[in-house]
Ligand binder design. Structure first.
Ligand code: PLP
Length: 421
């Protein structure tokens, strides 16, 4: 059993659904991102079941994976989208996503991005500062429209996750301190071209406990009651994303557990008239993808053993950026080689270019490895560092597969560059 249900061994060979991974490596080369369509559907189903009979809007936090094939799948399943840029909005529109189900997050929205989102007719702007409120009002006024707004508040709860992916603490750049929120809501109410519709928070990522969400919820409910007392009525409460996935042996928080707890508390306070918005990213896509790579060289040095593979930090930066742990599987683990402790590293000229450390394997040169749980914050964070073309992306559906983004060509990497006369 691997960490991802739709990537499993059949006859000793790792498959994506019914497709043997060596077939894909042979056909499309490596490094290669491979996604499972069924895994996307299953992840969505967990949210659909949890939301059943309740007023819940799930907006896929698309910065986790914004390939059009992934967006299209979620759009067809009824998903909204949580966007963080004008570029992401363009992707949503490109697949025919409903702007009425789009929430626009982010601390640094530029005027052109606000304009594009107002023109498209997004559900809501999740505003993160007073300065942004002013700018949004101005942009809306110039266009002669009203901008729907929610304030992203910072509930100052500790999601007990990695500091780089924890966002709900006071010292963080995100959101408005919850004590300041009533004053800023009142200010927002004065702006002629803003319409206050909600409140939101996003306390962090890879969260595996319900407690931080409920701490945040309690603080938000108190705020909503305070605002009601000031004559400001909200329509929705957005709890952000952050539900974790299994990278190794984590016990998971399920959408059902989260929403059961949330609605129980809302009902107890008679706040269940509010629509609940969620912005899951990682939990919808993380285990729907792997990064397939080939072992180029084995290097048995005195202090360490290295498996040098053809994927690198430009393809998957999470290990070096967050010290993230990705499970690694041998695609055809038949090897008669000696078992050793390996660091799995890429060819990039940086010591930080590693994908996994100190893993026991019996490796042979030329064999294939699968870096698991690479559906989220993987391809979307990739770059062309060292003039390496970005990997191709393949979507598997049962025994069919399709290139949903071809490997970049070398020429395309510098085709638009010019030299000075
Ligand atoms: C990144 C992000 C998300 C998605 O977070 P996950 O941990 O991937 O679920 C949701 N909302 C906001 C505002 C974000 O920045």
């Amino acid at each position: 059993m691997t960490v991802a249900p739709h990537f499993d061994f059949k006859n000793g060979i790792l498959h994506a659904e019914n497709v043997p991974l060596p077939t894909l490596a042979e056909k499309f080369g490596t490094p290669l991102y491979v996604y499972s369509r069924q895994a996307l559907r299953d992840a969505w189903e967990a949210y659909r079941v949890a939301a059943q009979g309740r007023d819940v809007l799930v907006c896929f936090g698309m910065k986790a994976n914004s390939n059009l094939a992934v967006l299209n799948e979620f759009k067809n399943l009824g998903s909204g989208f949580d966007i963080v840029s004008g570029g992401e909005l363009a992707r949503v529109l490109a697949v025919g996503g409903d702007p009425g189900k789009v929430v626009f997050s982010g601390v640094g929205k530029q005027a052109w991005e606000m304009q594009a989102a107002l023109k498209a007719g997004v559900k809501c702007f999740n505003v993160e500062s007073e300065a942004e409120l002013e700018q949004l009002n101005l942009v809306a006024e110039r266009m002669g429209v009203i901008a729907p707004v929610s304030l992203r508040v910072n509930p100052d709860v500790d999601a007990q996750t990695h500091p780089y992916i924890s966002t709900g603490l006071k010292e963080n750049k995100f959101g408005i301190a919850i004590e300041e929120a009533p004053r800023i809501y009142q200010q927002a109410a004065q702006f002629k071209n803003l319409n206050i519709v909600g409140v939101d928070c996003h306390i962090g990522s890879q969260i595996t406990e319900v407690a931080p969400y409920l701490d945040a919820l309690d603080k938000l409910m108190l705020l909503i009651e305070t605002l009601a007392g000031l004559g400001i009525q909200l329509k929705h409460l957005d709890l952000g994303g952050g539900i974790g996935i299994r990278y190794t042996d984590e016990t998971l928080l399920t959408p059902t557990t989260l929403l059961d707890h949330v609605f129980k508390r809302l009902e107890a306070r008679k706040l269940d008239y509010l629509q609940i918005v969620l912005e899951p990213g990682r939990s919808l896509v993380g285990n729907a993808g792997i990064l397939l790579t080939k072992v180029e060289y084995l290097k048995h040095a005195e202090a360490k053993n290295f498996a040098i593979v053809d994927a690198a930090m430009n393809d998957l930066i999470r290990p070096t950026l967050y010290d993230a742990w990705h499970s690694v599987e041998q695609v055809c683990p038949a090897g008669h080689a000696e078992v050793r402790d390996y660091d799995i590293v890429g060819p990039i000229c940086e010591s930080g270019d590693w994908l996994a450390r100190e893993r026991q394997f019996a490796l042979t040169q030329g064999e294939l490895l699968a870096i698991m749980s690479a559906g989220a914050y993987a391809f979307t964070m990739s770059s062309q560092y060292n003039t390496r073309p970005r990997a191709a992306e393949i979507m598997v559906d049962a025994d069919r597969y399709q290139v949903v983004r071809p490997r970049e060509s070398l020429e395309s990497l510098f085709a638009s560059e010019t030299t000075m006369p």
